[in-house]
Design a binder for this molecule. Sequence first.
Ligand code: IPE
Ligand code: IPE
Ligand code: MG
Length: 236
Amino acid sequence: MSSPTYGVRHIAIIMDGNGRWAKRKHLPRALGHKKGVEAVRNIVRVAGEMGIEVMTLYAFSSENWNRPQEEVSDLMGLLRQYIQSDIDEFVENGVRLKVIGNYRALDSDIVAMIDNAIEKTAQNSKMTLAVALNYGAQDEMLRAVQHIAGRVRSGELEPEAINLSDISDALDTADLPPLDLLIRTSGELRLSNFLLWQAAYSELYFTDALWPDFDKAELEKALQSFGHRERRFGGR
Ligand code: IPE
Ligand code: IPE
Ligand code: MG
């Protein structure tokens, strides 16, 4: 039997806790990240089977460059492997890959791999997997402001005429449906610069589960919690 999704179209996840997962098991952090990739692979499959339209995953933030260089390069290595090994499955399962964040600042071979994967999966329509890479919501808004300022300078738009759609259309998520449910693993109660604009009326779900342990049962718990929420959007 398929699991109920309670009308959720778009789920985003702050995948946190790989380091603590490894620490608890007396393993190197890198192994925690490796397990984290396996959890990604699994949850993407599960979400596809459930009929979730969009899954947005926070994989590397614009602040994660502050980590030791060795960890950053481990993460970039895993990203290379993941794109290479999973692209065929995306094609097979109808998954369209999208990237949010300033990914063009990553190493040029990764940028090329991403562009290739985006192109190869562009026609897929079962699910969109949006991966946040070198993503920060404040950076996203800054880029949006620069884009809109350019439109104003060219005379295409008057400052007083700028509306909410102009802003959301200038964000990396412009083509995605509204964010229904934002999940964070590992017990941290903060957004860490993720989807600040898009989360305006999202339902929030925090779990103590560490990301490598987040599986189908955990996703079902989050959806069930969503199912009990009353969304008001400021109305009554
Ligand atoms: C999340 O796990 C993965 C990334 C941020 C890339 P962490 O590496 O943040 O794990 P903790 O928070 O140290 O446990
Ligand atoms: C948020 O996790 C970023 C990702 C999951 C990619 P962090 O581990 O970087 O967040 P903080 O530093 O605990 O706020
Ligand atoms: Mg963390």
